[in-house]
Design a binder for this molecule. Structure first.
Ligand SMILES: *[C@@H]1O[C@H](CO)[C@@H](O)[C@H](O)[C@H]1NC(C)=O
Ligand SMILES: *[C@@H]1O[C@H](CO)[C@@H](O)[C@H](O)[C@H]1NC(C)=O
Ligand SMILES: *[C@@H]1O[C@H](CO)[C@@H](O)[C@H](O)[C@H]1NC(C)=O
Length: 596
């Protein structure tokens, strides 16, 4: 009863990740949002009273909300604690409502509930799907109905379940990117075994972070909020598949130090499919005012004035699918003080696969800041694989893992004595990426990862707000493991900034700042050739149809020396070359309380 979503996959690349040898760790993050409330006037339903045409009021306060269908007909409110998630759906129908979770966004296998209100009685069943067919009732009913009613909006269902119900027919709810699936129908069924088909229009799927979304309700808004919009000004997007367009901005002078506490995307209505990602860079050096308010095409870095190339840091990132980001209440990104970011370049990736000629865009990012300083200055680093052809993903692999390292040596010199506390993570790969894990090591032992997404979704890239902070201290190291599915490829895929190439990057947000922008690594393949580029070339020519060749490559990757770079302030790059010793003890996820 649920659906398959065909995503238009386009590229998002943190262009410049490998060239950002700039100064102080930047503050960052990521945003976005497309949850603009669109209220349409199409009566979404059937008989009876007309529906209200706006966002429904939840029956109580929830930390999170999302309009799942983008037409305003299906709303989800939710809240999670250590053990449970409680959901409330408001759907423009007086018939049945389906809701569930699926690993892949498709209709099966799925863990679903179906409910409806008839003659004042709420019917509600915990079901599962195993095929393109009606869901089957679970033997164990673990989703629990709390409330059901029909109101002026439509049908309201509130229900709760444990994160891990121990039922094989249910999905375990984790911090992975979760695909929720939904459906509804104008009519009530006679029974859960006789649901009329919802049709193609009344169903869908949407990626969400159920456990680590940020929320406006977690912060109090300061009394002196100021905003600044990094916005394009009626930019006419060229009739080209991919365009990177750059604009420059200078923040107004601030009399004192301020803290940025929020940033949100503004995506011009109608251009949601074309504005694919935005990276805001800043420069720590003085930039001459002649470069203010420039607009130029910067696809592949062309047309960028020399004064603005190299030497820049990422200030924030937004990608399709992301929402407004709120920094935790005790942290802020410093602005306005001597040495704080002042001059910015905003790079917007426009995707225009059908070469439309009439796209005019004024999208961008709006930041909010305050003079009421929060307790801590926040900082950001990136970690991951060099964005370079040394990242090689063999074809025909279901789950090939690229491993990159940020060694103890980088943190030893960059971290403050007391270490830092990591509060958010943004992970990024391109189209082949299926899972990303940002790992944490201390003295040979692997600790709880900073983030572990076993269901990475290229079309949903949101910042993960950690429910508890993780302390990173001198002596620790970090690794980023990206898993790729290359079964549809016949040639190797290389690291690079375009859609067809791959990336493996993780950004950590923390406080207080440290003296590093990021660290990346690459394998040296010295067993193949002492010249790295010769090795890359030679490997590219191998006969990948042979499983033995692919096995050999994996063995080389596991045993080669890696060159690791710590990108500190200025142009300083510390290089460390050695083999990676796996931890003697890997991290074991806490076992659930399920009987075996
Ligand atoms: C978590 O939420 C569930 C469902 O609302 C509730 O029963 C439980 O007591 C909550 N646990 C904590 C620790 O608050
Ligand atoms: C690191 O581990 C080694 C071996 O288990 C141990 O002897 C040493 O004391 C540990 N060091 C720290 C700082 O914990
Ligand atoms: C690297 O080369 C050495 C010496 O030829 C060989 O013994 C070893 O098996 C090679 N390692 C890999 C992973 O191919």
């Amino acid at each position: 009863m649920f659906t398959v979503f065909i995503f238009l996959c386009v590229s998002f690349c943190l262009a410049g990740c490998e060239v950002t040898d700039t100064t102080e760790a930047a503050a960052v993050s990521h945003v976005a949002a497309v949850d603009k409330v669109t209220t349409t006037s199409d009566a979404a339903s059937t008989t009876g009273r007309p529906f209200q045409l706006q966002k429904p009021m939840p029956t109580r306060k929830f930390a999170h909300e999302s309009n799942l269908d983008k037409d305003g007909a299906y709303w989800l409110f939710w809240e999670a604690n250590q053990t449970h998630v409680t959901f409330e759906t408001h759907v423009k129908t007086r018939g049945y409502v389906g809701f569930g979770i699926s690993g892949n966004g498709q209709m099966f296998p799925g863990d679903v509930v179906v409910g409806w209100v008839k003659d004042g009685v709420t019917h509600f069943k915990d079901c599962h799907t195993t095929a393109h067919a009606m869901p089957q009732e679970d033997d164990s009913q673990d989703w629990v109905l709390l409330h059901g009613e029909e109101n002026d909006f439509g049908t309201v269902l509130r229900f709760t379940r444990k994160l891990d119900t121990c039922d094989d027919d249910d999905f375990k709810i984790t911090d992975d990117t979760i695909r929720v699936i939904f459906s509804y129908h104008p009519d009530d069924p006679a029974h859960v075994t006789s649901l009329p088909w919802h049709g193609l229009a009344r169903r869908g799927s949407r990626a969400l972070l159920l456990l680590s979304a940020t929320s406006a309700s977690a912060i109090t808004v300061p009394s002196d909020v100021q905003t600044f919009g990094f916005l394009k000004s009626n930019y006419h997007v060229p009739a080209a598949g991919t365009t990177y367009h750059c604009s420059t901005y200078r923040l107004p002078d601030l009399p004192t130090k301020h803290h940025m506490f929020k940033y949100e995307p503004y995506v011009q209505k109608g251009n949601e499919k074309h504005v694919h990602h935005i990276v805001l860079y800043f420069y720590n050096r003085e930039i001459d005012p002649q470069y203010d308010n420039l607009n130029f095409d910067c696809t592949m870095g062309k047309n960028t004035p020399d004064a603005l190339t190299g030497l820049r840091s990422i200030f924030l990132v937004w990608a399709v699918g992301g929402g407004t980001y709120y920094l935790p209440e005790h942290t802020g990104i410093p602005l306005g003080d001597h040495g704080d970011p002042k001059f910015f370049v905003m790079e917007t990736h426009y995707d225009n696969p059908t070469h439309k000629t009439d796209i005019v865009d004024s999208s961008g990012i709006i930041i909010s800041y305050t003079s009421q300083l929060r307790q801590h200055d926040a900082g950001m680093i990136y970690a991951g694989a060099d964005v370079y052809p040394t990242q090689i993903i063999p074809p025909y692999e279901k789950a090939f893992v690229t491993k990159s390292y940020c060694p103890e040596e980088c943190f030893q010199s960059a971290l403050p004595e007391t270490g830092v506390n990591v509060f958010a993570v943004f992970q990024h790969a391109h189209l082949l990426g299926t899972a990303i894990k940002t790992r944490h090591f201390r003295n040979g032992t692997e600790l709880e990862p900073f983030a572990d997404d076993k269901h990475y979704d290229f079309d949903f890239q949101d910042i993960r707000a950690r429910t508890h902070e993780i302390h990173l201290q001198k002596g620790d190291s970090v690794a980023v493991d990206c898993t790729y599915d290359s079964r549809l490829k016949t040639k190797p895929t290389y690291g690079g900034i375009s859609t067809q190439e791959e990336m493996c990057i993780s950004m950590l947000l923390f406080y207080p700042p440290m003296k590093m922008n990021g660290c990346t690594s690459k394998p040296l393949y010295e067993n193949v050739s002492t010249s790295l580029m010769d090795a890359v070339k030679a490997i590219g020519a191998w006969d990948w149809t042979q499983p033995s060749v692919r096995r050999r490559f994996k063995s080389i990757v596991d045993n080669t020396n890696h060159q690791m770079h710590c990108h500190a302030g200025g142009m300083k790059v510390q290089r460390i070359t050695r083999k990676i010793v796996p931890p003697t003890q890997t991290y074991q996820e806490p076992r659930g309380n399920c009987p075996t």
